[in-house]
Design a protein around this ligand. Structure first.
Ligand code: AMP
Length: 282
C-alpha cells in the first residue's frame, strides 16, 4: 500500500495507473476509520476498480468556528491498518499546507442541494466539502468515487458537483453501516460515553419507527417524519436539530402523500452532533 503525501505525488501515482489502463476508485475520508469506511473500499473494488485509493484529510474548510476541527479524532497508524485489511492500494494523506497553501483563494459552491438541513445548521460546510472533493478528484483522477449514504445531503452535493463540473467520474452511494443497536457508525461516535452512547440510539430508533409505519402502509410524509421526530424528542439527552422528509433524488421538501421519501435527522447528544437518515419506498 503506497502512501502519498502531496498533490504532486497523488497525481503522478494516478497518471501511472491510468497509463497502465487501470480503473481507479477513490474513497475520501477524514480518518478515524470504522467498518463503514472499509465497506466503501470494498464497494469500489467490486465496481471493477483495479486500484482503490483512500484519502485521509481532516478538511479545515468544512468546519465552522466553534466546531470540532481541533479535537476531531485522529489515529493514522490504526487507519492504515484498516485500509490495508480492506484491500486499499494507496492512501493519500496531504497536509493542510499542501491543500491550502498561503494565497489559496478558490472555492466551489453547489447550489440548491446545499441549502437547508446540514447546510442551514453548518453555514459554509458544503462549500468546504465541495472544494476539497474537487481537489481530491483532480489529484486522484478516479474513474469511480464512493461516498456513504450516511451523509445523504453530502452525497447529493457531490453528485451535483461531479455532474455540473463535467468531472466524468461515476459517483457511487453506499449503504449506511450500523452498530448492532442501530446507531449509524461515525468517527464522531468516539465522543459518546456512557448514557450518551445509549441515548444516541434515538436517531435510528426514530427512523426505524418511520420505516415500520411506511411498511404498514402509511404514506403521509408529515406523519412519517413526526414519528421519527417524536422518538428523538422523547430522549432527554438529545437536542433535535432537524427531522425532515425530502425527495430521495432532488432533496426537495415533501409533504402529503408520497411514493418515496428520505427522512433525514440531526441531533446533538452530549458533545456529539449526529446525523442519520432512511429512504423509504425505492
Ligand atoms: P468521514 O470520514 O466521516 O468524512 O466519512 C467518509 C466517507 O465515509 C463518507 O462518504 C461517509 O458518508 C462515509 N461513511 C461514514 N460513516 C459511514 C457509515 N456508517 N456507513 C457508510 N458510509 C459511511
Amino acid at each position: 500500500m503506497e502512501l502519498l503525501r502531496t498533490p504532486e505525488a497523488m497525481r503522478a501515482w494516478a497518471d501511472g495507473r491510468r497509463a497502465g489502463g487501470v480503473r481507479i476508485g477513490l474513497v475520501p475520508t477524514m480518518g478515524y476509520l470504522h467498518e463503514g469506511h472499509a465497506s466503501l473500499v470494498r464497494i469500489a473494488a467490486a465496481r471493477g476498480c483495479g486500484k482503490v485509493v483512500a484519502s485521509i484529510f481532516v478538511n479545515p474548510a468544512q468546519f465552522g468556528p466553534g466546531e470540532d476541527y481541533e479535537k476531531y479524532p485522529r489515529d493514522e497508524a490504526r487507519d492504515l491498518a484498516t485500509l490495508r485489511a480492506a484491500g486499499t492500494s494507496a492512501v493519500y494523506l496531504p497536509g493542510v499546507a499542501d491543500m491550502y497553501p498561503d494565497g489559496y483563494q478558490t472555492y466551489v459552491e453547489v447550489g440548491d442541494v446545499s441549502q437547508g438541513l446540514c447546510g442551514a445548521a453548518r453555514p459554509g460546510h458544503f462549500r468546504g466539502v465541495a472544494t476539497v472533493v474537487a481537489k481530491l478528484f483532480l489529484a486522484a483522477k478516479p474513474h469511480v468515487a464512493v461516498f456513504g449514504e450516511k451523509d445523504y445531503q453530502q452525497l447529493a452535493v457531490i453528485r451535483a458537483l461531479a455532474r455540473d463540473l463535467d468531472f466524468g467520474i461515476e459517483i457511487v452511494g453506499a449503504p449506511i453501516v450500523r452498530e448492532e443497536d442501530g446507531l449509524a457508525m461515525s468517527s464522531r461516535n468516539a465522543y459518546l460515553k456512557g448514557d450518551d452512547r445509549i441515548a444516541a440510539r434515538c436517531l435510528s430508533r426514530g427512523l426505524f419507527r418511520a420505516k415500520a409505519l411506511f411498511d404498514g402502509g402509511e404514506r403521509d410524509a408529515g406523519k412519517l417524519v413526526a414519528a421519527a421526530r417524536k422518538e428523538i424528542k422523547a430522549e432527554p439527552r438529545a437536542a433535535l436539530n432537524y427531522a425532515e422528509g425530502r425527495d430521495p433524488v432532488t432533496l426537495a421538501p415533501l409533504s402529503g402523500e408520497v411514493a418515496a421519501v428520505t427522512i433525514l435527522v440531526a441531533a446533538r447528544v452530549g458533545p456529539a452532533r449526529l446525523i442519520d437518515n432512511v429512504t423509504l419506498g425505492t
